[in-house]
Design a protein around this ligand. Structure first.
Ligand SMILES: [Zn+2]
Length: 271
């Protein structure tokens, strides 16, 4: 059915609405761009890929590296945005994370310092969980159970506090009201890792529902070069290595080993 045209709005109101729309789009663009830079992938524009890149770039760093907190901020900011587009960036109010708020209330430490130590403390478990997602069958059962528990503890629905209020005027067409029965806004998160854990659990659910392929839901690999072992986001055509340099180093080593094996065989034939 063809939609009826909206009744004309006074021109000033149209202009105001247009300005709001443009400013929201700008904010969204700015947040995506900023997160891409913090994630270490400044040219990436796809929000989902920025999140995955920030996650792997975070766990690949030394926990004491200051840059690690920027990576963490990048995925947290975007994961919060997907849960509530109208909410401010949580990095501006770290006390929306219950773990930070609780520690702040009992110790009075600066929230930024608490954030840094939380990030450092979580890195090992986050890495373990991501390796499980990249190689589900190669993890010991205890790691699988632990990783899933970790995800649920941080990212289950109960880890997010919402406010839900009914809308005043419902209209399916959105012409004389809003096409929603209620507004849902995020009030807070159980931990600093809640937004990202929720993102990952949602991806796994989407895969289980067959809305995403396994590569779309968990685009993660562990570098095949054992000396590297870094996590990476899979790209088209690269299923094994974190980078081109790891691929060529791996091939060089394989060639050297082949050559050594050939020489051993050759010499054993001589003597
Ligand atoms: Zn590598």
């Amino acid at each position: 059915m063809k939609r009826k045209p909206l009744p004309a709005l006074p021109i000033e109101l149209e202009e105001q609405l247009e300005k709001i729309k443009v400013s929201l789009e700008r904010q969204e663009y700015a947040r995506t761009k900023r997160s891409a830079v913090l994630a270490g992938v400044p040219n990436e524009q796809d929000r989902t890929r920025i999140i995955w890149s920030a996650l792997v770039n975070f766990v690949n760093l030394d926990p004491d590296d200051e840059i690690a907190t920027f990576r963490f901020q990048a995925f947290t900011s975007l994961c919060c945005f997907r849960l509530d587009e109208l909410a401010e960036d949580p990095m501006l109010d770290l006390r929306c994370f219950q773990d930070i708020d609780t520690e702040y209330s009992s110790t009075g430490r600066a929230v930024k310092d608490i954030f840094r130590s939380r990030v450092r403390a979580l890195r090992k478990e986050i890495r373990m969980m991501l390796v499980w997602l990249a190689r589900p069958n190669e993890c010991p059962p205890v790691v699988r159970s632990y990783s899933l528990e970790f995800l649920l503890e941080h990212g289950s629905d109960s880890a997010i506090e919402f406010s839900i209020d009914p809308t005043d005027k419902f209209d399916d067409e959105g012409e004389h009201g809003v096409p929603l029965l209620y507004w849902k806004r995020v009030l807070g998160y159980r931990t600093v890792f809640t937004p990202a854990a929720k993102f990952i659990l949602d991806k796994l659910e989407q895969y289980h529902d067959r809305a995403l392929t396994v590569d779309e839901a968990m685009p993660l690999i562990v570098c095949k070069r054992s000396e590297c072992g870094k996590l990476a986001v899979a790209r088209r055509g690269t299923r094994d290595f974190c980078s081109d340099s790891c691929r060529s180093l791996y091939r060089q080593k394989a060639k050297r080993q082949e050559w050594a094996a050939y020489m051993r065989k050759y010499r054993s034939g001589l003597y």
